[in-house]
Design a protein around this ligand. Structure first.
Ligand SMILES: Cc1ncc(C[n+]2csc(CCOP(=O)(O)OP(=O)(O)O)c2C)c(N)n1
Ligand SMILES: [Mg+2]
Length: 730
């Protein structure tokens, strides 16, 4: 559709000079009166396509109407979010997101922006109907969008968790910088990251973490805040003091602040254009806060009983649709043209909904697919459309499944460092980061000297926010890099729990459209002593979580092979580095070569035997080996090496042979990974068992600090020996 020539107002100044603080409703005295004819010539080229915006606004309203009045009551749509009131400003913003490498992190109220970015009406309708062929194939809530880039802006897979959208957007922004400046891809020189969020989301950890990342690193990132005055029913002044995040950030260094009325056509267009242009040209962060009325309940179920009648009426008066009408008719279009656009949009939406309803339900036979990267019936990998290196055709040097031991034995820490070094050298898309990994080389020493060798763009310190470390890694992976994040101690992954969870489920919930293959290195377990903060293992959390591969190496050779496999793989990996193993003599091995890759899910028979099987991993391998030797029983010891996947075949085969099984782990007893192994054996080796399956683990307490207390609870060689003997006597 052609854009009618219309007057356009001057761009307001940044950093709050645009408007005065109007509070959360933003209705406002002093809104620029618009129609600044004198400036029209200078800005004509960038003015919005008002006909398209009008059409899409009517289409978005029609979608909301049909869902609320028909599809929700008929229970065809189960989770409904109206964008009424937020819609207009998003459609304007969408007009300026034109770069093929722009990355947009949206939330559940962002459907109008999706329409502006080119998502068709049928697809927009099919998502909430959970029909086949939609962007998640019925796996996710219909407004939680995603869209691979393919020459247009990428819409990062949205999350249901409020605030989860921020740090991946910061990662995308950092990846833009990396691809432009380090990989010298000029296609990224003007790209930006944009994140959308509501007023309440400005209270989340993710918001502050991303703000820190973007401002300290001066990233090209737009924070676009849609302030409707409420987070469901909680008013903005409980989310940020005074209720205006823009006002509160005016003195925050490194970010330009813009704000205004997102229901006013002229002001919105001016501010959106200004904000995007500033980020694109100046390559620095901008926060744009637009006040918008929320003209519906928070979701289809919400009656808004917590809003006064006056408040509801005031919001209705601010409806951007009527303001757009006042702005465009009759100066820009006639009443007839306005009505005809509305009618066309309504008809188009009606037909799109009919077509979406005619789509089949998703295939329930496929619901368990795409947790991990899968191999198709033709033997080829079914790659995700976007995320990681594989979809961009990056190939690795030939791998070798057999170790080729070289030189003297090295400790596990040196083995890890050397593997990172070799892979950094052969893979320019790999970046390594975390707290203290730069000049210090990591608190455990794994990255010592790597920043000096590869530069601060590739090996770098981060701000102290684990959510920021993992969320940034996700965004970078989506933009085609290989992020290798270090979490300083396993317990400190807790603040990143949401990002880790959302990363693991990404492939499944986008029906294999996206994946974020990141590698998270995570030291944990006891060392000379224990304590509740640095010594947790709890690796079972990642085996229980969806979509993660989990490595728990017990020696330097396996660490090299598994880490290299992780760095060349196509799924996210938790790489658990046991603190007691990093410099233990028992874990030392010769370096197995620069091309050695050990596949996941392949256990090692540490010692073969016929009378009893001990299944273990990590730091318990050495103790079990010693106990087996001391027990006088012919024990088979199995080191699982990886927990996800784990080698069921090796374990079941061994127990069928020995008829007895002891599982030893450092993690707590209840719901530890031993319980999973025991359950599988109870089913698959039930008739072969001559004794109950036994578990020897830490009791259900945190790791104690005193070495005396620690010795009492971590399985010792003596206690393992005792249980082996007792079990063998049954
Ligand atoms: C981490 C998290 N906590 C709580 C929720 C439940 N929840 C969904 S939306 C919402 C309010 C968000 O408000 P705001 O950010 O202002 O966006 P709006 O819906 O107003 O556009 C809440 C509490 C959630 N989805 N995620
Ligand atoms: Mg809100």
């Amino acid at each position: 559709m052609a854009s009618p020539a219309i007057p356009f107002p001057p761009a307001p100044a940044p950093r709050g000079a645009a408007t005065t603080d109007r509070g959360s409703e933003g209705a406002a005295p002093g809104v620029p009166a618009a129609h600044g004819l004198a400036h029209a010539a200078a800005l004509t080229a960038a003015q919005p396509d008002w006909r398209r915006i009008t059409y899409l606004l009517r289409a978005s309203r029609a979608l909301d109407d049909i869902e609320e009045s028909r599809l929700l009551p008929e229970r065809k749509v189960l989770y409904q979010f109206s964008a009424r009131g937020h819609d207009f400003a998003q459609l304007v913003l969408g007009q300026y997101l034109t770069d093929p490498h722009d990355g947009v992190a949206v939330y559940y109220r962002s459907r109008p922006l999706m329409l502006a970015l080119g998502v068709g009406l049928e697809e927009a309708a099919a998502g909430p109907l959970a029909r086949s062929g939609s962007f998640s194939e019925g796996r996710d809530i219909g407004v939680v969008f995603n869209r691979p880039g393919k020459g247009a802006p990428t819409v990062l897979p949205a999350c249901g968790g409020v605030g989860a959208q921020y740090t991946p957007a910061a990662g995308w922004a950092q990846a833009i910088r990396y691809r432009s400046e380090v990989l010298r891809d000029s296609g990224y020189d003007r790209s930006i990251a944009v994140v959308l969020g509501g007023d309440a989301s400005a209270a989340t950890n993710g918001f502050w973490s991303a703000l820190t990342i973007a401002t300290t690193l001066h990233l090209p990132m737009l924070f676009y805040i849609e302030d409707n005055g409420f987070g469901i029913s909680v008013p903005s002044d409980l989310q940020t003091p005074g209720g205006n995040i823009a006002a509160n950030l005016r003195s925050f260094p490194g970010i330009a602040i813009l704000e205004g009325d997102g229901a006013d056509p002229c002001e919105t267009a001016s501010l959106a254009q200004r904000a995007v242009t500033m980020v694109r040209e100046d390559r620095t962060p901008v926060l744009l806060r637009l006040t918008v009325p929320r003209l519906s309940g928070h979701s289809g179920q919400d009656t808004q009983a917590y809003k006064s009648a006056e408040r509801v009426a005031r919001e209705r008066e601010r409806d951007p649709l009527s303001r757009l009408h006042g702005y465009l008719v009759p100066g820009i279009m006639t009443e007839t043209q306005w009505d005809s656009l509305a009618e066309t949009a309504r008809n188009d939406v009606g037909e799109a909904v009919t077509r979406a309803l005619a789509r089949p339900q998703p295939d329930s036979g496929r619901v368990t697919r795409y947790v991990y990267c899968e191999t198709g019936s033709d033997g080829r990998l079914e790659l995700q459309e976007q995320g990681g290196l594989a979809p961009e055709g990056v190939a690795f040097p030939v791998a070798n499944a057999e170790p080729r031991p070289q030189g003297l034995r090295i400790n596990m820490m040196t083995a890890i460092r050397r593997t990172l070094d070799v892979e950094l050298a052969c893979n320019p898309r790999m970046v390594v980061f975390g707290e203290d990994v730069g000049p210090k080389g990591g608190v455990h020493g794994a990255t010592l000297g790597l920043q000096e060798k590869y530069g601060a763009a590739r090996v770098f310190d981060t701000s102290l926010s684990e959510e920021g470390i993992i969320g940034r890694a996700v965004g970078m992976a989506l933009a085609g890099l290989l992020p290798v994040a270090e979490i300083q101690f396993r317990k400190y992954a807790d603040p990143a729990a949401e990002q880790l969870n959302d990363c693991g489920t990404m492939r499944w919930r986008t029906n294999n459209r996206f994946a974020a293959p990141i590698v998270v290195r995570m030291p944990g377990g006891f060392f000379k002593c224990g304590d509740p903060w640095h010594s947790q293992t709890n690796e079972v959390a990642w085996a229980h979580g969806i979509g993660w591969r989990v490595a728990v190496p017990s020696n330097a050779e396996d660490a090299v092979g598994l880490l290299r496999g992780s760095l060349r793989g196509n799924d996210p990996v938790i790489f658990f580095e046991h603190r007691a193993m990093l410099d233990s003599a028992a874990a030392r091995r010769p370096y197995p070569g620069d091309s050695y890759v050990l596949p996941f899910g392949l256990a090692r028979i540490v010692r073969s035997g016929s009378e009893l099987t001990v299944v273990t991993w990590g730091a318990m391998v050495e103790r079990c080996e010693q106990a087996a030797a001391a027990s006088g029983v012919d024990v088979e010891v199995i080191d699982l090496r990886t927990l996800s996947p784990w080698d069921r075949t090796a374990v079941v085969t061994s127990v069928i042979k020995t008829h007895r099984c002891l599982i030893v782990h450092e993690d707590n007893l209840t719901a530890g990974f031993g319980a999973e192994i025991a359950a599988v054996l109870a089913k698959e080796a039930f008739f072969n068992l001559d004794a109950p399956i036994e578990r020897l683990t830490m009791p259900d307490i945190p790791s104690p600090h005193s070495p005396v207390l620690l010795d009492e609870v971590v399985p010792s060689v003596g206690r393992i020996t005792g249980v082996i003997q007792q079990l063998a006597s049954l």
